[in-house]
Ligand binder design. Sequence first.
Ligand code: F6R
Length: 608
Amino acid sequence: MCGVVGYIGPRQAAAILLDGLRRMEYRGYDSAGIAVLNGTGVKVHKAAGKLANLEREVSDNLPSGTVGIGHTRWATHGAPNTPNAHPHTDQSGRIALIHNGIIENAGAIRKALLQRGHTFTSETDTEVLAHLVGELYQGDLEEAVAAALREVDGAYGIAVISSDEPDLLVAARNGSPLIVGIGENERFVASDASPLLEHTRSVVYLDDGEMVILTRDGYRVRDLEVKDIDKPVNQIDWDLATIERGGFEHFMLKEICEQPESLANTLRGHLLEEEGTARVSGLNMTDDELVAVERIIITACGTSWHSALIGEYMIEELARVPVEVEYASEFRYRNPVVNERTLVIGISQSGETADTLAALREARRRGARTIGLVNVVGSTIAREVDGGTYLHAGPEVGVASTKAFTSQVAALALLTLRLGRLRNLSILQGRQFIQALTALPAQIEQILAKTDEVKVLAERFFTGNHALYLGRGVNFPAALEGALKLKEISYIHAEGYPAAEMKHGPIALIDENMPVVFIAPRDAVHSKIVSNIEEVKARGGKVLAICSEDDSEIERLADATFTIPQTLDLLTPILAIVPLQLLSYYVAVRRGCNVDQPRNLAKSVTVE
Ligand code: F6R
């Protein structure tokens, strides 16, 4: 999703902005631009497509100036072309503005501005906002921005500069994240921490409805009326090395390979083996409050929704609390039955997904207690929920979520243990679950050691444009996630299904050209899934099975197998997903796809 970056300080802004945009490329975008105050006016450069196009455009002629804003745009209003790229200027050309989000009443404002003689060069809602700020400008940029935002409905994270006030940068947020970076005589603003890290670790997280006024040596946060707001300064502990590729060809591969460590980090400090339980102190709930929970709703989007489904299996099986899993985008507009005895869990890697945030807000409004399982520290969801736990998976830069998924499932396992031990789960069952969890990082290492096998399977199986992923029980969500990984980065149409559902429709697709990936570990439904493999083979389908070691039955049936170590049934998705992530990765690489930034996708979906 769009990336916003702004700089004011003693250094040349353009290079800092371009570097910042480069670090935010992972968010997903389709055009880019910068604007710099050059002493006489605002110098704007924009280009459609990748950042390299913009860099080419400015390479001989880097605009000079120490205040500027930069943007990567993920198209919402209008095509991804150069005129629609940000920054946009007002009618006078002296104010430049960048924006992440959607201005919902832009149509009406545009119409009114047209009647008052404004002319527009793009189809964007952002240009409308820039013109509105310009029209309200009477020598005070801060006031003009506040006045314009008071007229606006929708979501925004904006940054604005004016050549009439060359020592100022104004930014504001409502629904789209913004972080202020505080350096030595310099200030930054950005959509996330990645462009800031090489300059400073001291940050201020803006909340909805807040504006910040940045100068070289100061900053002030206020609301859209007149009230100043005191904000704490936070320290970020991620370092630059953790967001760089470290020798891997792609971030996705690096992040797949980091899973032994990221998973261990998620579990670290939480497991109480002696008592067979987990300590999740961030929940901010007493034992009595946890026991009083009658129902759990888990809400999320995409990959996080898949981990939520696995959570449903775990919590119902071991803690015996009824669980429903809801797409956040559906939950937020339904009339859900929620009360103070409902625990609503939001799962989000970024902590900024607009639908998940809105679903949690709605749940809270209806009296439920909300908790978040979130990766990005200081993100909006993490700050708004009543409690929760961070995943500690480290920054995930590849657009396709990998290590966050396994960490989400691990965090759900911690929650399951905590809830289960307060109910019917015995100490011995708890200890057994902990031992299995503790073994997972080393078991993932074993799988990663066989990466070359996956490479061969990727060559052999995925030659067409379709694939089916089947699993049963807790591995049905793993099948959904495997299929999502393949489609999003290789553009092969892939579907995940509960294996037994296949005969209610998808079986019609089976022929010798349809690769079918089965997740078939030796678990409680093993004999059932063997029957499903037989059904596919009987129709000439090509079967690749992810199965347990020494499973001669499946080895006999399947065209190829990839074995995973034995674990508890409920934890098998954490192991089964690793070869599926690798498979998607190698298929996408072979097809020449942009693995880390797949077309049309955004890392952090901050619009609904
Ligand atoms: C898929 C993927 C997306 C995200 C979804 C939710 O690989 O990355 O499906 O899982 O957009 O994002 P978060 O977890 O940040 O809320």
